[in-house]
Design a protein around this ligand. Structure first.
Ligand SMILES: NC(=O)c1ccc[n+]([C@@H]2O[C@H](COP(=O)([O-])OP(=O)(O)OC[C@H]3O[C@@H](n4cnc5c(N)ncnc54)[C@H](OP(=O)(O)O)[C@@H]3O)[C@@H](O)[C@H]2O)c1
Length: 297
């Protein structure tokens, strides 16, 4: 089968489309014929070797953790899914024609494979940080970096739970945030004052890692009400860094329910053929994705 692999850490050019042995579904796993793979910033962070100190991998390695596709192998002990089912989920080396998934859910009616591949990791992350920051119905949540994949999910899940959101994003994404039910303002010079004018903030999420923890603590008045997923220095200012993946099967089931009820829709900004994974990484790394980027197999 064709898959994207890299044999050394480095820039996007280390990615190669190679011929590889097909993987097989071990106990508790399924294999899918991949139709689309989600591109997450973690994919290029791993490719660059950023995680070698904390979560080392051996090379050569595949790329990608999110996929949608058609089930074609069901591992021992797996129930409730069979060959031919359309699923989306998380696994490993998903940038390929076949991939093994460790967590999955049936795709909701009406969702395309491209759209479906964009959900797994960002929805798990969004549900986790909303829970960890402890924000409730009737409260105000500030989301710094609200227009990307995780931000798009946070805004819609929060709206469904009766939480009001102020989101920051670039000028081009203000209407996008409002369309997801948030109060919107731009980041950059004077943003703290603009947020204050929109309302009193009970809790805050840093999704962009743009060095705003001190301001988020100031706006909430309590470092325990600030969580970052992109700034490892957050704990030095009393805030929390959230980086441990939670209950993925539960998150996928919740995503499927929200999507089916019309409460969650994350747009795909751009699709790329598998052979253009390097271009997708360059675009993702530029840091201004609205919604999601996916590879189509
Ligand atoms: N710790 C974890 O468990 C975990 C899980 C998932 C993701 N992450 C990390 O979280 C980050 C976000 O992930 P993602 O998938 O949502 O990324 P993404 O889709 O690439 O979105 C990035 C967003 O950041 C915004 N942004 C860029 N510069 C900004 C600034 N100075 N201030 C505020 N917003 C800014 C962009 O908005 P504009 O285009 O409007 O500028 C863009 O929408 C990544 O660094 C990723 O590695 C961590």
């Amino acid at each position: 089968m064709k898959m994207v692999s890299f044999a050394e850490f480095g820039g996007p050019d280390v990615l190669q489309l190679i011929d590889a042995e097909e993987p097989h579904a071990g106990p508790g796993r399924i294999r899918v014929a991949v139709r689309a793979a989600g591109v997450n910033p973690v994919d290029w962070r791993i490719r660059e070797g950023q995680f070698q100190k904390v979560r080392p991998i051996e090379l050569p390695a595949g790329v990608g953790q999110d996929a949608s596709g058609v089930v074609d192998e069901v591992g021992e002990g797996v129930e409730g899914v069979e060959a031919g089912d359309h699923v989306f989920g998380r696994g490993s080396s998903t940038y390929g024609e076949f991939a093994v998934l460790s967590a999955w859910s049936r795709m909701p009616e009406g969702l395309t494979f491209e759209e479906a591949a964009g959900y797994p990791s960002v929805v798990e992350t969004a549900l986790r940080v909303i829970r960890e920051v402890g924000v409730r119905s009737g409260q105000m949540l500030l989301v710094s970096g609200a227009s990307g994949g995780v931000g798009s999910a946070v805004l819609q899940i929060a709206r469904d739970r009766g939480i009001t959101v102020i989101g920051t994003a670039g000028a081009a994404n203000q209407d996008y945030l409002r369309g997801l039910g948030a109060l919107a303002t731009t980041y950059g010079e004077g943003w703290v004052e603009r947020v204050r004018r929109l309302g009193r903030v009970d809790a805050a999420l840093d999704l962009a890692g743009s060095g705003v923890i001190r301001e988020l603590v100031e706006l909430t008045g309590d470092p325990r009400k600030v969580i970052s997923i992109a700034d490892l220095g957050a704990p030095e200012l009393g805030a929390r860094y959230s980086g441990v993946t939670g209950d993925v099967p539960r998150a996928l089931a919740e995503a499927a329910d929200l999507i089916s009820r019309g409460k969650l829709h994350i747009p795909v900004e751009k699709s790329y053929p598998l052979a253009e994974a390097a271009a997708a990484h360059v675009d993702s790394r530029a840091g201004h994705t609205r919604g999601r980027r996916v590879l189509v197999v």
